[in-house]
Write a protein that binds this ligand. Structure first.
Ligand SMILES: C[S@@+](CC[C@H](N)C(=O)[O-])C[C@H]1O[C@@H](n2cnc3c(N)ncnc32)[C@H](O)[C@@H]1O
Length: 262
């Protein structure tokens, strides 16, 4: 739940199975086996993983292109992949400052690959748990000026919080530490699109891994309560401001939005 210190190769881990579906090599046989068992029931998870990352990239590009936000707090970072938060932000705004937070020891072991900042910007990694939001804010304030607008990124992490009210509370406590003009970029796995997705997720949750709960779309929407949503609001991620090259985007069981704190 909270802090993990040793790499456990006996049960699948979220960061590692996600890396497997994204085509990465930073995973173990137990992750590969669970990943394959999942895709046997619901092959669409590979598209979901890629679409989630692609939504994250588009939301960061929007922030850098359309707003003055140049600070990013990415909680539940995951293993390094292509187009990490700092690479997307610093490509357009080299002065961007990024704090990554995760509690998986393998993510910590690979964090050096996330710390390749431009000279004008900064990238930092904090080994902390989502369940300690005030500690996260305190640690982030060593790198970010939290009196200035900051983008909080929660990408595929809140489903790991079994209690929905607690998940909402964690979002609110993190946003409470950020000033007006800050943003929340969030996307999560959703229920109600495909029974095979729910079946595969239920089976994964029996593996001994930290479970991940798909949530109804209205519950994902409520994470943004009190925020002003950037158009088109909360939608299935491929439909969120697709690039001209994203031909024929179709809805999938992953919903996301970008909201601004007034
Ligand atoms: C499905 S992956 C998503 C990774 C990345 N954000 C992305 O969108 O590609 C979920 C991530 O949340 C992290 N995570 C799960 N529970 C956490 C907790 N309590 N504190 C910090 N990170 C956590 C996992 O280690 C994993 O890296």
């Amino acid at each position: 739940m909270g802090h993990m210190t040793e790499i456990d190769t006996s049960v699948p881990h979220s960061a590692r199975i996600w890396n497997y579906w994204l085509g990465g090599k930073d995973n173990y046989p137990v992750d590969e086996a669970a990943g394959d068992a999942y895709t046997a029931v619901f092959p669409g998870i590979v598209t979901i993983a890629r679409s989630s990352r692609s939504f994250l990239g588009r939301s960061i590009r929007y922030l850098v292109a359309e707003t003055d936000v140049r600070q990013f707090l990415d909680v539940g970072t995951g293993l390094p992949t292509v187009d990490n938060t700092h690479e997307v932000a610093q490509c357009l705004a080299p002065e961007s400052r990024i704090v990554y937070v995760d509690n998986d020891p393998l993510v910590l072991a690979h964090a050096r690959a996330l710390l390749t900042s431009t000279p004008e910007g900064v990238t930092a990694y904090e080994d902390l748990s989502l369940y300690e939001p005030e500690k996260i804010l305190q640690a982030a304030s060593r790198t970010l000026d939290l009196t200035r607008p900051t983008a909080l990124i929660l990408s595929g992490i809140l489903g790991h919080v079994a209690d929905y009210d607690q998940a909402r509370d964690l979002v609110h406590r993190l946003l409470a530490g950020l000033p007006s003009g800050s943003y929340l970029s969030l996307n999560e796995g959703s229920r109600g699109t495909d029974p095979a997705y729910e079946q595969a997720q239920d089976a994964y949750n029996e593996t001994g891994a930290v479970p991940y709960f798909l949530r109804p779309v209205d519950q994902i929407a409520a994470y943004f309560e009190g925020l002003d949503l950037v158009e088109p609001g909360l939608v299935s991620v491929p439909l969120w401001r697709p690039e001209p090259s994203d031909e024929n985007p179709r809805p999938i069981g992953q919903h996301g939005a970008l909201g601004r704190k007034a």
